[in-house]
Design a protein around this ligand. Structure first.
Ligand SMILES: [Zn+2]
Length: 121
């Protein structure tokens, strides 16, 4: 059991290291929008239509509140990286919770079996 606990602790340590190394993060997803303008005779009203765009829109939900905002073309790469970091962050924390729960269960086991846990030196 000691070895099992040490293995869990090592995995948790690795997760903490990865979390610390994450850069900017933000929840959401990017989509491309194509628009039609108000100018008569514009190419966006031709047949076939050549709509304006793409415009990049970030949609997100945070603490039950949703929102959208436009992202400039030059900021798309950084925004995509931040979105990927957010997903990674959630995955790592999920994994951390699973491992920590397993570790806590192991620590509780001696008492649950009616034995006292070993005394720490
Ligand atoms: Zn137009």
């Amino acid at each position: 059991m000691k070895a099992q606990m040490a293995a869990l602790e090592a995995q948790i340590k690795q997760i903490k290291r990865e979390l610390t190394a994450l850069g900017d993060l933000r929840p959401g997803s990017l989509s491309q929008q194509f628009n039609v303008c108000g100018s008569p005779g514009c190419r966006c009203k031709a047949s076939p239509a050549q709509k304006h765009g793409p415009y990049y829109q970030l949609s997100y939900t945070r603490k039950g509140k949703g929102g959208t905002r436009f992202v400039k073309k030059e900021d798309v790469a950084a925004t995509e990286a931040a979105i990927a970091n957010y997903v990674r962050c959630r995955d790592l924390i999920d994994r951390w919770i699973d491992l920590a729960t397993e570790l806590c269960d192991l620590k509780l086991e001696p008492r649950a079996a009616g034995r006292t846990p070993p005394k720490r030196a």
